[in-house]
Design a protein around this ligand. Structure first.
Ligand code: SF4
Length: 223
């Protein structure tokens, strides 16, 4: 996908819930100071969702306004998240513009929408929704062909049933040779130690992670 000229970009509008600075709490870039651009709206309703405040509301911003606000924070990592960011078409030129501006850009997506048009410079962090999310029927498996070794698939695991389901998907789609695989416990539902023990017992070639920001700041929005 090529970059759009600034004049075209400037007319693109996005509905934004919040733009804020925090430490990246998940995935490969965990710990880096990162600007988060949280887009409003999501067609899913996962049982454990911790960002329901992003389902509606928000403010309309032009793409150039978003870029300006991101620049104000003066850090090199940017994560575009939601809600479900791909539910807004204008997220695609936003991702291009962020990459063109030299940021290290990642996109957090539910895995329910098409990722094929995402700028290849963007690291895609794609959920594969487990059964206890209530939304595993929305997994868009065609997305797998558009992921590479820089990208990540994340399983958010509520309990043993989800864990076993995730193990089955690892084998069925040979995921560990295609992408980096992350296993994360649902905060306050599955004891992190238990998930860590299961991974070690099974010698799973996946990365365990916990949501760092929740240990630092709890459930506060904008963190
Ligand atoms: S996809 Fe993400 S934002 Fe949407 S309901 Fe699920 S957890 Fe919440």
């Amino acid at each position: 996908m090529s970059a759009e000229p600034s004049a075209t970009r400037g007319s693109a509008k996005l509905r934004i819930t919040e733009i804020f600075l925090s430490l990246q709490g998940e995935a490969r870039d965990v710990g880096w100071p990162t600007v988060f651009v949280r887009l409003t709206g999501c067609p899913l309703r996962c049982h454990y969702c911790d960002t329901a405040y992003a389902f509606s509301g928000g403010s309309a911003m032009s793409l150039d306004e978003v870029l300006s606000k991101v620049a104000d924070y003066a850090v090199s990592h940017v994560t575009v998240t939601g809600g479900e960011p791909l539910a807004q078409r204008s997220v695609l030129p936003l991702l291009v513009a962020l990459c063109d501006a030299g940021y290290t850009v990642s996109l957090e997506t539910s895995g329910a929408l098409d990722v094929s048009a995402v700028d290849p410079r963007v690291v895609k962090v794609v959920d594969l929704k487990c059964p206890d999310s209530g939304e595993s029927g929305k997994n868009r498996l065609e997305n797998l062909q558009h992921l590479g070794t820089r990208d990540q698939i994340k399983f958010v695991i509520s309990g043993r049933k989800d864990y076993e389901w995730a193990c089955t998907q690892l084998k069925a789609f040979d995921l560990v040779t295609r992408v980096e695989v992350l296993f994360s416990p649902v905060h306050d539902q599955l004891e992190p130690t238990m998930l860590a023990e299961w991974i070690l017992e099974d010698r799973l070639p996946v990365r365990f992670q916990i949501q760092l920001h929740k240990y630092l700041w709890g459930e506060a929005a904008g963190r």
